[in-house]
Design a protein around this ligand. Structure first.
Ligand SMILES: Cc1cc2nc3c(=O)[nH]c(=O)nc-3n(C[C@H](O)[C@H](O)[C@H](O)COP(=O)(O)OP(=O)(O)OC[C@H]3O[C@@H](n4cnc5c(N)ncnc54)[C@H](O)[C@@H]3O)c2cc1C
Length: 496
């Protein structure tokens, strides 16, 4: 058996796990990466396959060579996606939103995952596959894990455990955070199950190229969520759907079939095969703001396990990459300093919220998820029909583009114009949405924009060290309360 004492143990062979493990190993740490799947299935994960441009170093920091990945034709299978399309076909609404300057790329998620695992190994990570972690050990701090490897029990000890076991990480049920030695209450925030979504996808092969091969397409569901068509090639489409777990469940495969049956381009289409079976996969997905604190003594969380996913679109590849890098980096620093306490590992929180900053944006954008969850789905569809493309683009991205008075007036006149045309079409009657509901909902969107800006300022002021945390949380909770009050939400409807 390999020696069981490591500087860093990383649980999870996904994106966050590879970025974390490679970053720590590249700095000379002894790192073990544990993955429950067999080697050849590493990286075979439910995903829509759409990623932000891989060649941008700010998106994917650390020793993983993303240029090599972008050069690999088996991985980057489509780099021509330049627009997002929103279709609400029952209402005859179709919006085309040009992508931001970075555009989107589509990867073969399995090949991508395999390359990441290879690169982590090349950086010196010791990888143990077929290894299912079933217990976290602790003694004032997290000290390691117990697992079953190839059917045999095995123990791993470490200075820092990095939890990259994905959304709804089982490790977080195994740690007794209250029993760890912390100055005051533990800062680590264990997420609630309603903060997750459930998502599923199939890879469908069509006989003829689809007309939207340069676009990723989203369509509303009958519950809060969407169906997507993301073309991997003009004839191979990743079709999936996801919805939030605080809503009624939707039978995935039946719902997809129902959608495809009505579309001529999918007549005669088949589901692709992988590992001798149909290429259909589902998983949980984080649809919340990144955790307030992702550290505990001897323990760090990153990726889906830390909620670094876009709270509206559910995209989490990039968040998993940079938060994995951050966790690996903070672990190295703490081990070298001989301080793996909350304070010693705080750098992970600080870097993500203050220095890199993208976690702050994700956290602020979660306000749109809160507002959307509070609306009836027909009201939401009516609002989507009304909002001009620029505003929709802002909501599904994370950059504020509508700041100046001029652009606000432009958006306002766009809403008015859409209101006139949708009224003529009878959209609001079809949906059974009154003008009063609509006005109320538009006011909610405007209120949410203002709160997003307030949240952004608060997250940019995230405490640089452990000491300021409670004061900062209290202030952030006051912003939550003001937002809930503005939306008219009863305490039972509060997300946090
Ligand atoms: C259907 C679907 C579509 C999506 N589409 C997109 C998209 O188009 N673009 C995008 O950017 N994001 C998308 N996402 C989100 C994205 O896939 C995730 O945010 C991302 O995979 C998170 O990476 P991660 O490394 O944190 O976790 P994961 O990729 O989930 O990896 C976790 C790993 O931990 C392993 N593991 C878990 N428990 C244990 C254990 N006890 N012992 C050992 N190993 C364990 C798992 O086997 C897995 O390999 C989608 C998600 C879903 C479900």
């Amino acid at each position: 058996m390999a020696h069981d004492q490591y500087d860093v143990v990383v649980v999870g062979g996904g994106i966050a796990g590879c970025f974390a493990a490679a970053t720590a190993a590249a700095e000379g740490m002894a790192v073990a990466q544990l993955e429950r799947k067999p080697r050849e299935q590493g990286g075979y994960i439910a995903c829509g396959d759409a990623i932000k441009r891989p060649r941008e170093p700010a998106n994917y920091p650390g020793p993983i060579d993303m240029d090599a990945i972008a050069d690999d034709e088996a991985v980057l299978i489509d780099s021509n996606i330049d627009q997002i399309e929103f279709w609400d076909e029952d209402l005859d609404v179709r919006k085309v939103l040009p992508y931001d300057e970075q555009g989107s790329n589509v990867v073969d998620r399995y090949e991508f995952g395999q390359r990441l695992l290879e690169q982590a190994a090349d950086n010196g990570v010791e990888q143990h596959y077929d290894t299912v972690v079933n217990e976290v050990t602790q003694d004032g701090r997290v000290t390691g894990v117990k697992a079953v490897r190839d059917g045999e029990p095995v123990t791993y000890k470490c200075d820092v455990l990095i939890d990259t076991a994905g959304a709804q990480s089982i490790l977080q049920d195994m740690v007794d955070f209250d029993a760890l030695d912390t100055a005051g209450d533990p800062t680590f925030e264990v997420p609630h199950y309603t903060h997750f979504g459930s998502a599923y996808r199939e890879i469908i092969e069509t006989e003829k190229p689809v007309s939207y091969h340069n676009a990723i397409v989203g369509k509303p569901l009958e519950e809060l969520g969407y169906i997507w068509y993301f073309p991997r090639t003009p004839t191979q489409i990743n079709v999936g759907l996801g919805f939030q777990m605080n809503k009624d469940p939707i039978p995935f495969a039946d719902r997809i079939r129902r959608d495809l049956e009505n579309r001529p381009e999918f007549q005669g289409a088949t589901v692709a095969e992988k590992f001798g079976t149909k290429n259909k996969l589902g998983s949980a997905i984080a649809l919340r703001r990144p955790l307030d604190s992702m550290v505990a003594p001897g323990y760090l969380a990153a990726g889906g396990a830390a909620g670094t996913t876009h709270p509206i679109t559910g995209k989490g590849i990039r968040g998993a990459a940079y938060s994995g890098y951050s966790a690996g980096r903070a672990a190295v620093q703490a081990v070298e300093d001989g301080d793996v306490s909350e304070a010693g590992l705080w750098e992970h929180n600080r870097w993500l919220y203050r220095e890199h900053g993208e976690a702050a944006k994700l956290a602020s954008w979660d306000a749109y998820n809160v507002a959307a969850s509070s609306m009836d789905v027909n009201v939401l569809r009516a609002v989507a029909a009304l909002l001009p493309e620029a505003e929709l683009r802002e909501i599904v991205g994370t950059s504020t583009e509508i700041d100046s008075l001029k652009s606000k007036l432009h958006v306002g006149s766009g809403v008015l114009k859409n209101f006139v045309s949708e009224s003529r079409k009878g959209t609001f009657e079809t949906l059974g949405v009154s003008k009063r509901d609509l006005l109320e909902a538009i006011r909610g969107v405007r209120t949410t924009r203002d709160h997003v800006a307030t949240y952004e300022r608060q997250y940019e002021a995230y405490p640089a060290d452990r000491d300021g945390f409670e004061r900062w949380v209290a202030q952030r909770n006051r912003i939550d309360q003001a937002f809930y009050d503005d939306l008219g939400l009863a305490p039972s409807e509060h997300k946090y």
